[in-house]
Design a protein around this ligand. Structure first.
Ligand code: PEP
Length: 255
């Protein structure tokens, strides 16, 4: 049976105080209708404490962070720790996003450290992985995904993938309006799951596999209907409230 679809909204460096309030008020209003979904909002960190005021005992609406530091305290100007996120009731934390790999030079060592620290603080990592267009064209998806999962597997073992989300985000699809076909996405997810199942079948079955990269109201269902797609990571279409809500309604309506 398919898992409850998990939709995560990554606002990146967008939004404002009004948008976070309006988004959570609207989600709360529609929560009965949306209860078949698991939804998390990852606004810029400064809005999390305001957002928290609108998170009740909903059970299906959560807050997420877009980043965490690899240290827990100390001289790391500008950073936020896993402890601080936990203190504010944050449940999910995105790590390894292509933009952090590219613009903040985060490599596999830093990402592995972040993964470990999230586990230590009982936060759920949303580990982003994905290939460049040239690797897509060369059908290198399996190798690239394995290469991005392996550092964590090697250091922390398969057990660390319990209560973990992997977001498959082809780098060339992020923010471009281009997406691979639903069949291609299914195949990529199956590759990731089968790879993990060589280590532990039950962990592989339970790991939540999200797809991210130019998902919108027109393509969300076709993607989510693929058997190994357990959720969606939304960027651009999550910062336009009406578009975001229509995506949630489309998925909810279908279930
Ligand atoms: C993302 O950056 O995680 C993402 C999914 O972005 P977009 O939906 O804008 O492609």
């Amino acid at each position: 049976m398919k898992k409850i679809p998990f939709i995560l909204a990554n606002w990146k460096l967008n939004g404002n105080l009004l948008l976070i309030k309006q988004t959570l008020i609207r989600l709360n209003k529609e929560r009965n209708f949306l209860k078949k979904l698991k939804i998390a909002i990852a606004p810029p960190i400064i809005y999390l404490s305001e957002a928290q005021k609108y998170i009740y005992d909903n059970k299906n609406i959560y807050l997420a962070a877009q980043n965490v530091d690899a240290h827990i305290s100390g001289p790391f100007t500008g950073e936020i720790s896993a402890y601080m996120l936990q203190e504010f009731g944050i449940k999910y934390v995105i790590i390894g996003h292509a933009e952090r790999r590219q613009f903040h030079y985060e490599d596999y060592k830093v990402i592995t450290k972040k993964f470990l620290i999230l586990k230590q603080y009982n936060l759920i990592p949303v580990l982003c992985i994905g290939e460049l267009y040239k690797d897509y064209a060369n059908k290198e998806i399996r190798n690239i995904c394995i290469k991005q999962i392996n550092p964590i597997l090697d250091v922390l073992g398969i057990e660390s993938f319990k209560r973990t989300i992997i977001a498959y985000e082809p780098i060339w699809a992020i923010g471009t309006g281009k997406t691979p076909s639903p069949e291609y996405i299914q195949n990529a997810h199956l590759c990731i799951r089968s790879y993990l199942s060589q280590y532990d079948d039950s962990i592989a079955k339970n790991v939540v596999l999200q797809y991210g990269g130019s998902v919108n109201a027109n393509n969300v269902l076709k993607i989510l209907l693929q058997s190994d797609v357990d959720g969606i990571l939304l960027g651009k279409s999550s910062i336009h409230l009406n578009e975001f809500l229509s995506i949630l309604r489309i998925v909810s309506n279908f279930l």
